[in-house]
Unconditional design. Structure first.
Length: 184
């Protein structure tokens, strides 16, 4: 919970990937309150009030996954809404003067997007959701201990990571009032 709160303030991309990882972790624990408490809460050594707060937060995620019918797969609507917000920002940065650096980074990955979409068999997926799915697949490969997969990890990290990092930076700057998208 505290990690999620910190990531949400500092890096929206890491926050989304963290929540996706938690979704899969909670599924692996079969949403068992006992397992969640024993594996995710108790080892932290928090005071009783914090322990209860953190445990309830995990259980709230479990309830959301169940309510949204995502017990076996899929991502919380909350993160998908954030990705749509990031995609809206992506589209604006492709057009507005403030997006000059972003456009340069995006230009490097743009030629690869049709191939990535075809591999997912989802030509209608937004570019930003595609980026997140690719990054999350790298997270999963690393969790499994796989170092490389036909250069895929290097490609994802080398091309997509800088684009998502810049997008997250601009998003944070907008939230903090440090950037005005429409300033001339």
């Amino acid at each position: 919970m505290y990690t999620a709160q910190s990531l949400r303030k500092e890096n929206i991309a890491e926050y989304i990937l963290y929540l996706w990882q938690l979704e899969d972790l909670l599924r692996a624990m079969q949403f068992s309150p006992e397992a969640i408490y024993a594996k995710l809460v108790q080892p932290r050594g928090l005071d009783p009030e914090q322990t209860q707060e953190v445990f309830l937060w995990y259980m709230e995620l479990v309830n959301l996954l169940r309510e949204e019918g995502k017990e076996s797969s899929g991502h919380l609507d909350h993160t998908l809404h954030l990705i749509r917000d990031l995609n809206d920002l992506h589209l604006r940065l492709l057009e507005l003067p403030v997006g000059e650096k972003y456009r340069r980074l995006y230009a490097a990955v743009a030629p690869e997007i049709p191939l990535l979409k075809s591999k997912l068999k989802n030509p209608d997926i937004s570019d930003v959701e595609l980026f997140f799915r690719a990054l999350y697949s790298v997270v999963l490969l690393r969790i499994k201990g796989e170092k490389k997969s036909d250069g895929y990890i290097d490609d994802v990290l080398g091309l997509i990571s800088p684009v998502v990092a810049e997008l997250a930076t601009v998003y944070r700057q907008i939230e903090r009032g440090e950037i005005d998208l429409f300033k001339k």
